[in-house]
Design a protein around this ligand. Structure first.
Ligand SMILES: Nc1nc2c(c(=O)[nH]1)N[C@H]1C(S)=C(S)[C@@H](COP(=O)(O)O)O[C@H]1N2
Ligand SMILES: [Mo]
Length: 398
């Protein structure tokens, strides 16, 4: 299952001591018995909803005066658990028949952490988001639950990544013009689900993305990557589904053939609902919006209540945002506070005039510069990807 919540460490321990569970997730049971958490950074409940190996950022903890999401606040999505990797012995391996001089997996080009960091560095501010962000709303808003972690809207952040462009690295190694696909593979444990070992977390992406804006990142917001976010090195595919940005990057296989892995054939493509069986792997993220409010927040009545929030799109900047405070009957344009080109997301504010005391539903609907607008209903898919419909957010004016 994609984005399946791992049982809490306590639940794993209970199962393990009861003699159950060893067959289903031995590595995780071992880890739990050893007292190791899945995620290494602290997850204070005021900032995060803790799902074991996944952690969601709470939108009401977002500071309206901070544009970027601090590493300590960013959501985490681990298929198994965060590994600790020693940068001193780390090597990135690059191989495949798509290199100018083809190389097998047993004779890769290797790059050490120090060699990578000595290369020309670039900073890219981008939205970082899980494909399943908003999944819970398939159930709570549209009445049909999808499998996987029931994220609300907090599996997203804005990050300024620092690293070397993959293009630079490939040019240095030498690329065959016939290369089409690159398989990125992580160094974390094999992903085992339902008794099946799917191997290392890995997903192929097109060479065109590699030559466009893909980054081999060692930093986030001016500091080294945290272990949970991929230390010492992760791939970043700006604007694309989070699964493309492989953490703890172990190898890149450059091929003249299209490549597949379960992460682009079984998961991270649309299945079920009205989707055709040959629906392609997901790439560019949709348009979404969130209020910087808790679910069911209470707001003190004033002549003017200011609602703040953010909107983002994988395809480009946000053009405009409309807000409704009456459940979608009427809409007014939000003020853009910060956004524009080369930015990760757009911050906005809406001045709610003379709200009545009582319960209300507030909604934010964004349109990006390519003309993509959030729909009111998102077609269902089995794994609950790309919930981009306008979210009906309850608030109470007290
Ligand atoms: N090696 C590896 N890379 C991975 C994953 C993983 O479990 N292992 N999870 C992916 C998914 S589904 C997402 S949404 C992002 C999450 O990145 P973050 O935990 O740094 O926020 O990493 C992606 N890269
Ligand atoms: Mo994800």
């Amino acid at each position: 299952m994609p984005d399946q919540p791992r049982p809490s460490r306590r639940a794993v321990l209970t199962a393990a001591t009861a003699g159950a569970g060893f067959l289903t997730f031995p590595a995780l049971v071992e880890r739990a018995l050893a007292g190791a958490p899945y995620i290494l950074k602290p997850l204070p409940p005021r900032w995060f909803i803790d799902y074991g190996s996944n952690a969601e950022m709470r939108w009401d903890s977002v500071d309206p005066y901070r544009y970027l999401t601090a590493p300590s606040r960013l959501f985490v999505r681990d298929h198994t658990a965060t590994p600790r990797i020693d940068a001193a012995t780390y090597q990135l391996q690059v191989f495949g028949d798509g290199l100018a001089t083809p190389r097998g997996a047993d004779e890769p080009v290797t790059l050490t952490y120090a060699e990578l960091r000595a290369m020309r560095s670039t900073r890219i501010a981008a939205i970082h988001e899980c494909t399943g962000n908003g999944r819970a709303f398939f159930n709570t808003q549209q009445g049909k639950a999808a499998t996987g972690t029931q994220w609300t809207l907090g599996a997203v952040g804005a990050v300024e990544w620092e690293g070397v462009r993959l293009r630079t690295v490939l040019e240095r190694i030498g690329l065959d013009p016939a290369a089409v696909s690159i398989m990125a593979t992580g160094l974390d444990d094999h992903y085992v689900s339902g008794g099946v070992d799917y191997g290392s977390v890995r997903r192929p992406f097109p060479v065109s993305k590699a030559l466009d804006d893909a980054l081999l990142a060692w930093g986030q917001n001016g500091q080294d990557l945290l272990p949970d976010h991929g230390f010492p090195l992760r791939l970043v595919l700006p604007g694309w589904v989070g699964i493309g940005s492989i953490k703890w990057l172990g190898s890149l296989e450059v091929s003249t053939q299209e490549q597949t892995s379960p992460w682009n054939t079984i998961w991270y493509r649309m299945t079920g609902g009205s989707y055709p069986p040959d629906s392609p792997p997901l790439t560019v993220n949709p348009v979404r919006s969130a209020f910087e409010l808790a679910w069911g927040d209470s707001l003190v009545r004033r002549p003017e209540v200011i609602l703040t929030g953010r909107s983002w799109s994988g395809a480009g900047p946000i053009g405009h945002v409309d807000v409704s405070t009456d459940g979608g009957s009427t809409w007014g344009r939000a003020r853009i506070v910060r956004g524009g080109r080369r930015e990760a997301w757009t911050q906005w504010a809406y001045d709610w005039q003379r709200p009545d005391r009582g319960d209300h539903v507030v909604m934010a609907r964004a349109t990006d510069v390519t003309g993509r607008q959030q729909p009111l209903v998102t077609p269902y898919n089995d794994n609950g990807y790309f919930f981009d419909a306008v979210v009906r957010h309850p608030v109470t004016i007290v």
